[in-house]
Design a protein. Structure first.
Length: 391
């Protein structure tokens, strides 16, 4: 496990008086073990568990996933599997094959049984365990509570999210790469915007560029004209016309870490309102970023962004938040919202945004990934944040 991540999790154990943390969501499992499972990503209710204690780590997977664990070189102290699957082995079976044979020699009948065995092997059976409820359906929690009778189970989804708030240098590097891949995709779309291009065609170009650069798109909102006021919608056949706004709100996943950026463009010369409103939104975003320093509460950033956006040209501007943390999930804590008292720390990474949606007219948005450093804010994005004029 990455030393930074281990220290973050051990800090949670100490602060909460826990003996172990058990991850269940794909994001938290990856954080604890480094393993990403395809079945975990596509099957709702799939049971995989990552365990961290003061003395070691453990991983529980379905039989089929032992192949992925071996192929990825995952190095947990204890790996257990459950259920039934069939592999055949050549002689010799190779290093990965030998690991799979060892892990699958005696599969547990159920995920709960496998987890009970791992907790016992790590010396925390019957102790106080934080269980990530975020990846469990209610029946799964009930099965675990029954099988782990005598162990105190404490909901821990928010504890994992708290641990993940502050990123390591390696995590920041992945987030920076994810943001810049998304920017490359936006640049490719800007280069092809001419009258007649549809939202669907634009999204296709964006997603192709993302995949070409080794990432995976996970949301791709490119809306045109009056549809740019629609916050989160799938692409349509709406075709671009002169004078139309184009709003981008999109991201990708790179080595498990996500981006979420926004840009805006207009085909031809912008109208006075388009230019004025975009300039106001950009001023608000810039002011919030300039105010980012260790110790500053997130509510202050919200107040600055809204106030400056109003003063700069959208006097009626209103928002429920102007940004959020980002990492393994698109919305990591904290959220930049009114009343938020979480103080900024070096290593936090945010997406700072000042969107504006006006139905019947259109929408504008600017959003950037920003790292909090000891000296202030560092942009992870590199492309122009000005309103793009194309065609």
């Amino acid at each position: 496990m990455d030393p930074h991540q281990r220290q973050r999790l051990l800090g949670v154990l100490e602060a909460e008086g826990l003996d172990a943390l058990v991850a269940t969501t794909p994001e938290n499992l990856f954080y604890v073990t480094g393993f990403r499972s395809i079945s975990h990503a596509i099957f709702r209710g799939a049971e995989l568990y990552g365990v961290v204690t003061r003395g070691g780590t453990g991983l529980v997977v379905p039989f089929i996933d032992t192949a992925g664990v071996a192929a990825d070189g995952i190095t947990c102290d204890r790996v257990a599997c459950y259920g039934k699957f069939f592999f055949e082995y050549a002689d010799p079976a190779g290093e990965a094959g030998e690991k799979i044979k060892r892990w699958t020699r005696e599969p547990a009948p159920s995920a709960a049984d496998a987890l009970a065995g791992v907790l016992a092997d790590l010396g925390v059976a019957g102790r106080r365990v934080g269980l990530d409820e975020g990846g469990l359906f209610a029946p799964a929690w009930a099965r675990l509570a029954e099988r782990l009778a005598g162990t105190t189970l404490v909901p821990a989804y928010q504890l994992f999210r708290r641990a993940r708030m502050v990123k390591s240098a390696a995590e920041v590097a992945r987030l920076e790469r994810a943001a810049q891949i998304a920017e490359d995709g936006v640049a490719a779309v800007l280069a092809m915007l001419v009258p007649g291009v549809t939202e669907r065609a634009a999204v296709t170009v964006y997603e192709q560029e993302v995949v070409r650069r080794g990432a995976s798109p996970y949301f791709s909102v490119i809306t045109i004209g009056e549809r740019s006021a629609l916050a989160d919608v799938y692409p349509s056949e709406r075709a671009l016309r002169r004078g139309d706004l184009v709003r981008f709100d999109l991201g990708c996943v790179y080595e498990g870490y996500r981006s979420d950026i926004s840009r805006a463009a207009v085909l031809g010369a912008p109208s006075g309102k388009q230019a004025r409103y975009y300039a106001a939104a950009l001023a608000g975003e810039r002011a919030a970023i300039e105010a980012m320093k260790p110790g500053v509460p997130v509510s202050r950033l919200f107040d600055v962004a809204v106030r400056v956006t109003r003063e700069a040209g959208i006097p009626h501007y209103q928002r429920h938040h102007v940004g959020h943390g980002i990492g393994l999930e698109p919305y990591d804590p904290p959220t930049i919202a009114p009343g938020g008292d979480t103080a900024l720390e070096p290593g936090m990474v945010f997406c700072v945004e000042t969107p504006y949606y006006e139905h019947g007219w259109g929408g504008i948005q600017v959003e950037d990934a920003v790292e909090v450093t000891a000296a202030g804010a560092r942009l992870l994005t590199r492309s122009s944040r000005e309103l793009a004029i194309v065609g």
